[in-house]
Design a protein around this ligand. Structure first.
Ligand code: PEP
Length: 254
């Protein structure tokens, strides 16, 4: 079992928290997580709160992430956020290809790949999400779907870029539903993804890439999930909106 990879736990606040609410939440996290050194902690507030949250986390052990990124730079792209805007706020990570964006904004693997390349060109670390729907799992095509998404969403990344990239396996049927994949179900897909990475980039790269699990992670299931050999952290939605719940996940994962 190779768990030399450092765990990474990220909170995806989605379209929740006004700026003042975000400031209050992150202040509690800074206070309650100050002594945690064993793993990487990331919060991903909405764009409107990045500036204030950035100032607060600057001297802390909490890193900042965004929830999306343009596939272009500055320019006439109404509503888009260019990488330089995030860099100025000390944003380190950016979630890409979340299933909600794939579903509601019809984001494709090719778009995710362009955004991931754009992130890397600007020293941002993409957290690239993928996962099957319930219908796809029941049809027995989980691996096929996951492999297509992984290959498509990482297309064109160099070895160095791949090593830095974080992946997040998020079965769509487990997101926000309270249904968690069993640790065995999740481990099976994570091990499969590592095989796909091996075929794309070779074994030594594949062994270094961190793959998070996401889907109804909470304090009570974090230890079991993150104890699996190929699960290297969690992307947390609902439970990251409350400091007690997020802190419990982190403390139970150490
Ligand atoms: C997510 O949306 O990334 C997620 C995992 O949500 P939840 O934890 O609420 O299932």
């Amino acid at each position: 079992m190779d768990k030399t990879r450092r765990l990474i736990i990220a909170g995806n606040w989605k379209s929740n928290k006004t700026n003042s609410e975000a400031v209050a939440l992150v202040s509690e996290l800074i206070r309650d997580l100050a002594n945690v050194k064993e793993l990487d902690i990331v919060v991903c507030p909405p764009f409107t709160a990045l500036s204030d949250v950035s100032r607060l986390v600057l001297e802390s052990n909490i890193r900042l992430g965004a929830q999306n990124l343009s596939d272009a730079g500055y320019g006439a792209f109404t509503g888009e956020i260019a990488p330089g805007m995030l860099r100025e706020l000390s944003v380190r990570y950016v979630i890409l290809g979340h299933s909600e964006r794939r579903q509601f904004q019809k984001e494709t693997d090719a778009q995710v790949a362009r955004k991931a390349a754009n992130a890397h060109s600007n020293n941002l670390i993409p957290i690239v999400c993928f996962g099957e729907t319930l219908a796809e799992r029941e049809a027995g095509i989980t691996e096929q779907i996951v492999e297509t998404q992984v290959r498509g969403s990482l297309a064109g990344l160099s070895v160095e870029q791949m090593e830095m990239t974080v992946l997040a396996y998020e079965p769509v049927w487990a997101i926000g539903t309270g249904k968690t994949a069993s640790s065995a179900q999740a481990q099976e897909v994570h091990a499969f993804v590592r095989q796909v990475l091996t075929s794309l980039y070779g074994e030594s790269v594949s062994r270094r890439v961190r793959i998070q699990y996401g889907g109804s992670v909470k304090g009570s299931n974090a230890r079991e999930l993150l104890g699996q050999p190929d699960i290297d952290g969690a992307l947390v939605g609902g439970a990251s909106l409350d400091s007690k719940n997020f802190v419990e996940i982190i403390k139970n994962s150490i």
